[in-house]
Write a new protein. Structure first.
Lengths: 515, 265, 312
């Protein structure tokens, strides 16, 4: 017996397969039409009911455990259809001042001196209540932010609750976290969060701050305040002492007032690099502690030996998750030239199966763009990509008439110098570039002022570890992408910011040490 | 008749070589003419540091520890010379001991500062500290030797390359240290020492887009303007104290990298 | 008999440009993808459509040592008319039995669209000489089987004798004549998804009309990730060669909800072209009644009891 498959296949390179298939396919098509099967299987819409959420007409600020009436309001809307949802307060510097005073009083009146084990129990309570009310929060998050319900249900809410659980456990163990240092709380933390993961970012900020004994004034993003405001009801149910957490709403002016307030000891900001720089300048010379979690332009690098179908899932998850409104999105795809064509073909085909539409439909994969302004920015950058000569692919799909929508987009033939390969788009837009060797991949990946995250896809273990070491980024996902966990530190190198959130390292920004 | 001694020309230490300021300027300190580094000298020093950093960082931790221990040996061999340039023998000995202390941290940092993280899923997840890159240091005026050692060793042991500006009033100890560095195994460019006016050099280094972190503990006067400049590339700003010894001093110049990998069959 | 040589290392590489790369499968990501597709919410019309399709693609199966002509005839009747109370329901695709019972089924389904499928090649272990397996197939075809469900030699596969596995499939395919060949991988014994993918491509290259997950005698059987892994290999073959290979999920699918999840997997991986009995089959026995109960629940609005549905 000799030969084996190798010889045989070389002798008749698939003539057998092709001849056979030609005949069968024709025959099949005939059977197919005879049976009268509907051409496509259209999933009936499966909307999550929004009745579970009660939205008030008007919201003030949550300060010292009370609702303060705003003097001026703006409207927050649902990006899926521009439906007005509620009037939201535009907090003035005076409003912010009241919140800081409340936080300072709560800090001095007992919160900072409460035994860690007691603080822990408040955080455990919050975590449990978030779990119990998770469907309500998920619906509100999708309604106000535009993200698919399956993401807010399966990612944002479980992770937000998990964050409170994780840091609850640290509250009475801080002395073990930093050997030979005596930790104490910083004081009043001013926290400014973005609109892409409104409740999750709130959890990332509030959980460690409270665990460490600080009090908080938090400003949610202008366009997505509702889950933060609903969270105040969780605080009420948890019986958290008044003033420990205060929520003020408004646009960038409110944020500036919070950063500038003299009695704030620590600023934590997640958002764009431009605003982060402005905050770093504002804080200069004040002695305030600062952590910044800023933008990114992550490289997602696929080698020719990667598990391709899973890599495609990772690429899709990397850039179309949450409409690409993710600071660590894998927006630059680097493909080894030897698999460029099959990979791009697989990617484009996969794109065509994405379901774009109502964020509240349980089958929606890609929801609405968060705001008109963000949509405009995405459009502008995509136009620049076309103009600079990149080749654009967008799967055919029908978008709703109202609301803010953008079709998942892939650019091929992209040069490093194009704006779409350099600037953070913060939308469902992927730029595909190529490389030949691992070294070239590293050089190109690192050739950016950002350094938040990176992805590597290869089956070769030693190459994974080498790549992980070479990439200048705070998070490296190897053979996976966009994974988050409260125990896993997250944060950037270079202009992607400093400080870490998550894990033991996430405590440090909220502590001072008597050494 | 007493012999007239040959006096030393006090130069900058950039990229492993001794050079005068490209500006040709000097200033008088401790009775000597000392090079007064210019903006361009600072730029050259940053360039040298950037060029040397990757290799220094990729040396094994064991090797970095040995190289720094060797530096302590070099200083020990010159105790008498150093003693004359600072507050005395005690300061020199403390400086040597501090170098040895930090040298020993090189191969322990990842164990103390990093670790593996238990995530809720089939993933292996670990965090390792890595150098932030090029670090600029404004050394405190006093103590001239111990202050410089205290501020330079933490970024150095972590794998960063350093551009340090010596005590403005008492720069001679720094130049002596440069000579120790040059004869040690610390690769050229990994530590660069400038002498000159802090007020002139600090803004250049703080606004330099290829400097990743700056220790402004030795800045004279109001540091707010320096902190503002540092924001241009989101520099890490450290207010280093002149006499402190802790692994957390090293941590201030490190980044934390977290790596995820699935665990499956 | 000399041992067939293991394939040269070149097997790992594309044999030629149009053959899909063997490649690797990442288990965690595959399972996550399968789990995310399982969460698709299939309601109302879409659900009824899927349940009817599930009936039309079912190979109603009985594979017991105790099977008799009477027992399989009853199963065949059920396949022809799944719910006597609702004649509008379609028939199953086939009845799947052991070779000796083919004539009894043949007789009962004569003149209908229901096919006769039989397991062969020393089912379920496949641990028999090749000549006996081929003879088994020839005899089964002569008994009147339209479709042959063979098992691969897992012992040969797991010991790296891929060529033996390949050659056996080629010979069985030849022995099948006009009968359609489904190749059972018995994925529960293959250990890794890499092996599942490799065995899928090997079977297709050797001439399989269908690839099938399991015998039903081993657990785990047709899990969603295994199905997804095989569907992706089928997709790669289609994209590289234009050849459409069918897929049969068998073993452990007992509830209508699972069947719908499997259909979603096919729909989103291979597209609507594969949602037909010519290219897709569900191997099952107790599944059918659960589907019937679901359909009647959709029609009447009331949850159902097993007492109102015949066992076979």
């Amino acid at each position: 017996m000799g030969g084996g498959l190798g010889d045989r296949a070389l002798r008749s390179p698939h003539a057998f397969l092709r001849d056979k298939s030609g005949a069968r396919v024709a025959e099949l098509d005939k059977t197919h039409s005879e049976v009268g099967v509907p051409g496509d299987w259209t999933y009936a819409s499966a909307p999550e009911s929004r009745d579970i959420v009660h939205i008030r007409d008007r919201y003030g600020y949550y300060v010292g455990g009370e609702w303060l009436e705003p003097a001026e309001t703006y409207e927050t809307i649902a990006p899926r259809d521009e439906e007005p949802l509620a009037a939201i307060g535009q907090a003035t510097p005076e409003d912010v001042g009241r919140a800081v005073v409340a936080a300072r009083e709560a800090f001095a009146d007992g919160w900072s001196s409460l035994p860690g084990s007691e603080r822990a129990k408040y955080l455990f309570r919050i975590a449990r209540i978030l779990q119990e009310r998770s469907r309500e929060f998920a619906v509100l998050e999708s309604l106000n932010g535009g993200k698919p319900i399956k993401e807010s249900r399966d990612v944002d809410l479980p992770l937000a609750a998990a964050h409170f659980f994780y840091y609850a456990g640290w509250a009475d163990k801080l002395e073990y976290a930093f050997p030979n240092r005596r930790p104490r709380p910083v004081g009043v933390a001013g926290q400014i969060i973005p609109w892409n993961f409104p409740l999750l970012m709130l959890a990332w900020k509030i959980a460690p701050a409270l665990a460490c004994g600080n009090t908080v004034v938090l400003k949610p993003a202008e366009t997505t305040p509702l889950t933060a405001l609903l969270f105040c009801d969780v605080l009420r149910q948890a019986e958290l002492p008044a003033g420990v957490v205060n929520i003020v709403t408004g646009d960038g002016r409110t944020g500036v007032a919070l950063v500038e307030h003299e009695d704030v000891d620590k600023i934590a900001f997640t958002g764009s690099t431009d605003v982060g720089k402005a905050i770093q300048r504002q804080v200069a010379g004040t002695g305030k502690k600062l952590t910044l979690e800023l933008g990114g332009k992550a490289a997602n690098i696929v080698f020719d030996d990667a598990a391709l179908d899973q890599a495609v899932e990772g690429i899709v998850n990397g850039i179309y998750f949450n409409q690409g409104h993710v600071c660590c999105a894998g927006s630059r795809l680097f493909v080894q030239e030897s698999i460029y064509e099959p990979l791009v073909a697989k990617l484009e085909r996969r794109l065509a199966t994405l379901r774009i539409g109502d964020p509240l439909d349980k089958n929606t994969d890609v929801g609405a763009i968060n705001s008109a302004a963000q949509l405009e920015k995405i459009r502008e950058l995509v136009a620049s990509g076309v103009e600079e000569g990149a080749e654009i692919y967008q799967p055919p799909c029908i978008l709703p008439e109202k609301g803010y929508w953008f079709v998942p987009t892939v650019f091929t033939n992209v040069a490093q110098s194009y704006r779409i390969a350099q600037e953070e788009i913060f939308g469902p837009v992927l730029s595909v570039l190529t490389f030949r060797t691992p070294e070239e991949a590293v050089e190109k990946a690192n050739n950016t002022p950002y350094g938040l995250s990176a992805g590597v896809w290869t089956e070769k273990g030693s190459r994974i570890l080498w790549m992980a070491q070479q990439l200048r980024a705070g998070v490296v996902w190897a053979n996976t992408y966009n994974r988050f966990d409260p125990g896993s530190p997250f944060g950037g190198y270079k202009e992607s910011g400093f400080g870490r959130e998550g894990g033991r390292h996430g405590l440090e920004p909220y502590l001072e040490f008597d050494e | 008749m007493t012999r007239l001694p040959v006096k030393k020309t006090y130069k900058l230490y950039i990229g492993g070589g001794f050079s005068r300021s490209e500006s040709g300027r000097t200033y008088e300190a401790e009775g000597q003419n000392v090079a007064r580094a210019s903006r361009k000298d600072a730029r050259d020093a940053v360039r040298a540091a950037r060029g040397a950093q990757t290799k220094w960082a990729s040396a094994t931790a064991y090797n970095r520890g040995q190289v720094l221990y060797r530096l302590a040996e070099m200083v020990e061999a010159r105790v008498a010379e150093f003693a004359e340039l600072c507050s005395g023998r005690d300061e020199v000995e403390r400086s040597i001991d501090r170098i040895v202390w930090y040298a020993g941290w090189a191969d322990k940092l990842p164990q103390v500062l990093g670790g593996s993280n238990p995530v809720a899923g089939p993933y292996f997840n670990f965090t390792v500290p890595e150098p932030t890159g090029v670090v600029a240091v404004l050394a405190p005026d006093e103590p001239p030797l111990l202050g410089l050692v205290t501020r330079v060793l933490p970024p150095l042991v972590g794998g960063n390359a350093v551009v340090a500006v010596a005590s403005e009033a008492r720069p001679l100890a720094a130049i002596e240290l440069a000579e120790g560095l040059a004869t040690s195994d610390v690769p050229g460019g990994v530590v660069n020492l400038l002498t000159g006016r802090h007020a002139e050099l600090a803004p250049v280094l703080t606004s330099h887009m290829d400097v990743n972190a700056i220790d402004i503990g030795g800045a004279n006067g109001d540091a707010s303007e320096l902190e503002r400049l540092a924001a241009d590339n989101v520099k890490r700003v450290v207010h280093g104290r002149a006499d402190v010894q802790s692994p957390w001093e090293i941590a201030a110049f490190l980044e934390l990298k977290t790596v995820w990998h699935p665990m499956g069959q | 008999m000399a041992q067939a040589p293991a394939l040269p290392a070149g097997f790992e590489l594309p044999l030629e440009a149009r053959l899909p790369r063997i490649g690797a499968v990442d288990a965690v990501a595959l399972e996550e993808r399968a789990a995310s597709l399982a969460k698709r919410s299939i309601k109302r019309d879409a659900k009824v459509w899927a349940l009817l399709l599930a009936i039309r693609t079912t190979d109603l199966t009985t594979l017991e040592g105790a099977d008799t002509p009477g027992k399989v005839a009853a199963v065949a009747s059920k396949a022809r008319r799944p719910d006597p109370a609702d004649p509008s329901l379609p028939s199953c695709a086939a009845v799947c039995v052991y070779p000796n019972l083919v004539p009894a089924v043949r007789e009962r389904v004569a003149g209908t669209s229901v096919k006769v499928a039989a397991v062969a090649t020393g089912f379920p272990s496949g641990q028999y000489p090749t000549a006996i397996k081929v003879a088994d197939v020839r005899a089964t075809v002569e008994l009147g089987a339209d479709e042959i469900d063979m098992v691969i030699d897992r012992g040969a596969f797991l010991s790296g004798r891929y060529a033996k596995v390949y050659d056996e499939i080629v010979q069985v395919k030849e022995a099948c004549g006009d009968a359609h060949l489904k190749v059972i991988l018995e994925t529960g014994e293959l250990g890794t998804y890499d092996n599942v993918r490799r065995a899928t491509l090997l079977s297709i290259a050797a001439g399989a009309d269908f690839v099938k997950t399991s015998t039903g005698k081993i657990s785990p059987a047709a899990t969603l990730p295994v199905a997804l892994c095989m569907l992706e290999a089928i997709r790669d073959v289609y994209e590289e060669t234009g050849r459409r290979v069918g897929f049969k999920a068998a073993g452990g699918i007992r509830q209508a909800k699972q069947a719908v999840q499997h259909l979603v997997l096919v729909h989103e991986t291979l597209g609507p072209a594969w949602l037909t009995p010519e290219l897709y089959r569900l191997g099952a026995s107790s599944l059918l009644n659960d589907i019937l109960m679901q359909l009647r629940k959709e029609r009447t609005g009331a949850y159902q009891s097993g007492d109102y549905f015949t066992l076979d």
